[in-house]
Design a protein around this ligand. Sequence first.
Ligand SMILES: Cc1cc2nc3c(=O)[nH]c(=O)nc-3n(C[C@H](O)[C@H](O)[C@H](O)COP(=O)(O)OP(=O)(O)OC[C@H]3O[C@@H](n4cnc5c(N)ncnc54)[C@H](O)[C@@H]3O)c2cc1C
Length: 518
Amino acid sequence: MTPPATSSLNASRRASDLATLAAGEVVDVLVVGLGATGAGAALDAASRGLSVAAIDAHDLAFGTSRWSSKLVHGGLRYLASGQVGVAHESAVERGVLMAHTAPHLVRALPFVLPLTPLVSGSSAAAAMAGIRAGDLLRLSARTPRAVLPRPRRLSAVETLRLAPALRSYGLRGGILSWDGQLTDDARLVTAIARTAAAHGARIITRCRALALTGEGAHVRDEQTGEELVIRARAVINATGVWAGGLAEGVRLRPSRGTHLVLRAEALGAPLSGLHLPVPGASGRFALVLPQEDGRVYVGLTDEPADGPIPDVPQPTEAEIGFLLDLVDSALEVPVRRSDVAGAYAGLRPLLDGPGGRTADLSRRHAVLRGADGVVTIVGGKLTTYRRMAEDALDAVIEERGLTAGPCRTARLPLIGAASGPELGRLTAPAHLVRRYGAEAPDVAALAAADPSLLDPVAPGSATIGAELVWAVLHEGALDESDLLDRRTRIGLIAEDREAALPAARRALAHAPAGTGSR
Ligand SMILES: Cc1cc2nc3c(=O)[nH]c(=O)nc-3n(C[C@H](O)[C@H](O)[C@H](O)COP(=O)(O)OP(=O)(O)OC[C@H]3O[C@@H](n4cnc5c(N)ncnc54)[C@H](O)[C@@H]3O)c2cc1C
């Protein structure tokens, strides 16, 4: 059976795609793992004209890809550690996302480094030099200044205008710089996976690979417990921190990064992100990251996370306390434990290297070719998912002798992508345009038959019922957790999640019974 050429993912399409694979269809490429990397590999392969199946044990963006800082960054920190190639690659991929493939999902976020008494004159000069070097990276990646404005010094008054809660005592001003910020990391993964689906990829969640070979995988449908074999001419292992469990000789050394989730009022509703120096750790900064939904994330720790890999990593109280102390050291207003509305942690899929702390390991990705023909793609970061996917596909095409077209993803817009002026002309609420791009009017139109779908799903939440129904019909959401923890991020605050559960249950009643296409 030919897969429907539509971007819509839902329970009905999943069932028919899985049935086709169970019946013995042989695909060109099987991708295992649907984080940013695996979804990117599925899109790369499908857009080169290859037939593709991509599976995840849980859901789209179930792993590390939803626990990031949600930045599409230009690689300044890699430049600082002398990794010029990694930094340049990051800057190029940031430009690709912001200017071509996902301008609807990435905005330019201003960052302020406040020049407090903690920042000496020489540190400030070094920081300014670094930020200027970051602007040169932007230039070398050919990202226009209209996309990422020029960095500059700020007066104390300008600094406080952007971040009113900063402690004013001793504030000498600030350094303003710009970087890319995602509307949400899990939404990026959803958009990549749906774009792959629009190119015919079979995207199947709740399907766990139990064992891989170069010719396919033994898998289990986690909905029914049934086991089956998916046959493929090439197999890509894109399971992030879990990659070592499926491929011989892949050794990872995960490190845990924790973020706090606060309501913006608790931090004086900052208009910019903040780089806050970590006392006693030269060149290390904590991030304050205002989101468009009235929340602010504060990160980021870097702790070795040896031992068994949990499905959902948990932040420790010590990490939460460390971040609170950092924020407290810079702000006029006290931020208490009770202000922490939520916290999340993710594991960086870092390749094990010789000695040293995990923070010092390279963020470069690696394509590892197993003796059985399985190609593992691991390491890297969200920003560079497209390049990682391209490298993985180049490797399997060569290794397995597949006939495929050239990589097209650097100029292939993701579903919903449109230019700023086009997005500005859409007749849909602004918050929907920021989350769905050109599809926002279609999301809003769901409320025509049921105006209650325009209501927020929890008190004070920016998310409306129509978004949950849209996720069930078109974004492959199969249960409450898919809806609240990945298609939307209501679940990052437990009390909001609880309040939104009834809306999620109502939305699931819209699951399509017999059709798989829009
Ligand atoms: C705290 C933190 C902050 C970060 N911030 C940023 C940032 O701001 N910007 C940036 O560019 N990068 C950032 N990163 C890095 C980035 O998030 C990761 O590099 C990236 O998300 C990894 O994606 P992935 O697809 O390789 O892995 P994952 O997202 O972990 O995907 C792996 C998938 O494989 C699935 N899977 C596992 N086992 C199986 C199996 N047996 N069968 C089928 N499926 C399976 C999992 O369910 C999962 O969905 C951050 C990382 C962390 C930890």
